[in-house]
Write a protein that binds this ligand. Structure first.
Ligand SMILES: Nc1ncnc2c1ncn2[C@@H]1O[C@H](COP(=O)(O)OP(=O)(O)OP(=O)(O)O)[C@@H](O)[C@H]1O
Ligand SMILES: [Mg+2]
Length: 349
C-alpha cells in the first residue's frame, strides 16, 4: 500500500442511552461504532460498505471532527488528531474535507453558489485572500464541470447531479488531501451516479486526493475503490483489495451482500447462488456476544457465541498463499466463488 495518510485504530463511538427527563439516568449505550481499524494510503480510495445503521456516517463524522470518538485514534500523517485542539486542529481539519450524501439538504438554499463554495475561505482566510476568492470559486466551478457564469445562481436552479458537483467543489476549496464522501451518489438518479463517480475519479488523479468513499451498495464502490471495508453493526468484518472482496469474499456477510447485487449477464446470473439472510440487523444497543453477525449467519456454531473473531487473514488462506492484506473476522471464513458483480467497466448501476 502507498504511504498511509490516515490510520484509524480502535475507533469507537458510543452514544449514551438515557431514561427520565429530570433525573437522566444512563441505561445503556448505542454502540454506533464499536472498534474500527483501517489505513488509507496517499491518493488511494477506501470504500466502506454496509447496511443502514451500521455506523458508516458516524465513522465519517469522526474523521472530519464533527463527532468526538469515545475511544481510539485517528492518525493523520502519524499525528493523532483526536488529541489536537485549537490552531493545530484547525490546520489539520483543512486537509480532511467531507462531501455529504444529500445535495438537496446540505446546501443552504439562501446562499448563492459562489458563497457556498467560497464559505470555507471564511474559516481559513489564509488559503485565499478576499480579493482572490471569486476567481478561485469560478475556477472550482470549472474544475467540477459547471459553467463559471453560474456563480450567482442559487441551489434550487440546479439539478441533483449539479448540486452534488457544487458540494464537491466546496469540498475541494481548501485543497485537502483527504475527502470523506458519505454516500455522495445515493440520492441521485442511477444515470447521474456514474457521471459523479467519474468526476470524482478524475479529480482524484488531478489533485492526488485520497478518498474514504462510503456506500450502501457494493456495486457503487467497485470502480472507484482500491480497497474495500465491509461494515456490520459498528465493525469492519472483512477488508481487502477490490478484486479480493469482489471475487474471493471469505466472510459470510460479504458473500450475502454480493449475492444481492444485480448481475446483468444472464449466463453469470445462472451460476450464482443467492444468499438470503434470515432475521433483521440486531439493535446497536444490544449487540450479540461473540461474533456480532452470528444471529443471521448460516454457518454459526457454538464457538461463534463465545469468541469474538479477530479481523485477520484466515490461517488456511495464508497457508494457501492468499494475499496477506485480505482480512476476515469469521471463525469459519472460507473463500467462495461469487460471480463478479458487474460486466466490464460500464459504470455503476
Ligand atoms: N447522535 C446519535 N445519538 C444516538 N444514536 C445515534 C446518533 N447518531 C447515530 N446514532 C445511531 O448509531 C447507529 C449508526 O448510525 P449511522 O448514521 O452511523 O449509520 P449509517 O451506516 O450511516 O446508516 P445509513 O446507511 O442509514 O446512513 C444507528 O443505530 C443510529 O441510530
Ligand atoms: Mg449514513
Amino acid at each position: 500500500m502507498a504511504e498511509p495518510i490516515l490510520e484509524v485504530s480502535g475507533l469507537v463511538k458510543h452514544y449514551p442511552l438515557t431514561r427520565g427527563i429530570v433525573f437522566r439516568k444512563q441505561v445503556g449505550a448505542v454502540r454506533a461504532v464499536d472498534g474500527v481499524d483501517f489505513r488509507l494510503g496517499r491518493g488511494e480510495t477506501l470504500g466502506i460498505v454496509g447496511e443502514s445503521g451500521c455506523g458508516k456516517s458516524t465513522v465519517a463524522k469522526m474523521l472530519v471532527n464533527l463527532e468526538r470518538p469515545t475511544a481510539g485514534s485517528i492518525r493523520y500523517k502519524g499525528e493523532d488528531i483526536t488529541r489536537l485542539s485549537g490552531k493545530a486542529l484547525k490546520a489539520v481539519r483543512r486537509n480532511i474535507q467531507m462531501v455529504f450524501q444529500d445535495p438537496y439538504t446540505s446546501l443552504n438554499p439562501r446562499m448563492t453558489v459562489g458563497d457556498i463554495i467560497g464559505e470555507p475561505y471564511d474559516i481559513h482566510p489564509e488559503v485565499a485572500p478576499k480579493g482572490d476568492r471569486r476567481r478561485r470559486v469560478r475556477e472550482l466551478l470549472d474544475v467540477v464541470g459547471l459553467n463559471p457564469e453560474y456563480i450567482n445562481r442559487y441551489p434550487h436552479q440546479f439539478s441533483g447531479g449539479q448540486r452534488q458537483r457544487i458540494g464537491i467543489a466546496r469540498g475541494l476549496a481548501l485543497r485537502p488531501e483527504v475527502i470523506v464522501a458519505d454516500e455522495p451518489v445515493s440520492a441521485l438518479d442511477v444515470s447521474v451516479q456514474a457521471q459523479v463517480i467519474n468526476l470524482m475519479d478524475r479529480l482524484q488523479s488531478e489533485f492526488d486526493l485520497a478518498y474514504v468513499f462510503i456506500a450502501h451498495d457494493l456495486s457503487i464502490v467497485r470502480h472507484i475503490s482500491n480497497r474495500v471495508g465491509v461494515m456490520y453493526l459498528g465493525r469492519i468484518v472483512e477488508t481487502g483489495t477490490d478484486t479480493e472482496i469482489y471475487e474471493h469474499p471469505t466472510h459470510p456477510y460479504t458473500q450475502a451482500l454480493l449475492s444481492a447485487v444485480p448481475v446483468p449477464d444472464p449466463e453469470a446470473r445462472e451460476h450464482r447462488e443467492r444468499i438470503i439472510l434470515s432475521g433483521d440487523v440486531p439493535s446497536p444497543t444490544n449487540i450479540p456476544s461473540g461474533c456480532r453477525f452470528r444471529t443471521r449467519c448460516w454457518k454459526a456454531q457454538e464457538r461463534c457465541a463465545l469468541e469474538v473473531p479477530a479481523l485477520a487473514v484466515p490461517a488456511w488462506f495464508e497457508a494457501a498463499g492468499g494475499p496477506a492484506a485480505h482480512d476476515s473476522a469469521c471463525h469459519f471464513a472460507e473463500e467462495k466463488h461469487v460471480v463478479p458483480a458487474e460486466g466490464d467497466g460500464d459504470g455503476p448501476g
